[in-house]
Design a protein around this ligand. Structure first.
Ligand code: S3P
Length: 182
């Protein structure tokens, strides 16, 4: 089966929802941020601090290329993974892109206290994060094969919505899911 690729802004629940979705569908789970940290043997915060965002983005592209060569996975991407068109192209080759969409106040509420997101480490995090989301929303929307409302606070509810939409959807995933008797 094609990979189910979760995209969306920080705080949309890609990792949490992705892990549960993979368990439910009996697929492997991969998280690009975790693979980047493994590759660099450093936390994302340290990578940004010591080598800068451009280097982080190069590692992200490498990791995406690697995971995109396999199938039967749920892939949770970092919020900026779809900024490079080459990443989108690679992910789409064997994957179905699901945009976990939620409004700014919900997203910011979920991420405002985290320390491991370097993009929030700015003088006016709320204002700058809002600008960042506004600049990215169009990209998420345009590259997505499917959009799911990720505002429910319970990840299981978002998983349910994804599965329902995949079943309803007139796309090739429907047949695969039916084959998996879901
Ligand atoms: C980023 C999002 C982060 C992580 C890095 C950059 C972004 O992942 O990849 O800090 O550019 O939006 P999450 O979306 O999982 O927080």
């Amino acid at each position: 089966m094609k990979n189910l690729v979760l995209i969306g802004f920080m705080g949309s629940g890609k990792s949490l929802v992705g892990r549960k979705l993979a368990t439910q569908l009996n697929l492997a789970f991969v998280d690009t941020d975790i693979l980047i940290e493994k590759k660099a043997q450093q936390s994302i915060r340290k990578i940004f601090e010591q080598t800068g965002e451009a280097y982080f983005r190069d590692l992200e592209t490498q990791v995406i290329k690697e995971v995109s060569s396999k199938e039967n996975q749920v892939i949770a991407c970092g919020g900026g993974a779809v900024l490079r068109s080459q990443n989108v192209k690679a992910l789409k080759k064997k994957g179905f892109l699901i945009y976990l969409k939620a409004p700014f106040p919900i997203l910011f509420d979920r991420i405002k206290y985290t320390e491991d997101r370097p993009l929030l480490n700015v003088p006016q995090p709320e204002r700058e994060t809002k600008i960042l989301l506004a600049s990215r929303e169009r990209i998420y929307q345009s590259v997505a094969d499917m959009v799911v409302d990720a505002s429910p606070p319970i990840p299981e509810e978002v998983v349910k919505r994804i599965i329902l939409k995949l079943k309803e959807g007139e796309n090739s995933e429907e047949k695969n899911l039916k084959r998996r008797r879901l």
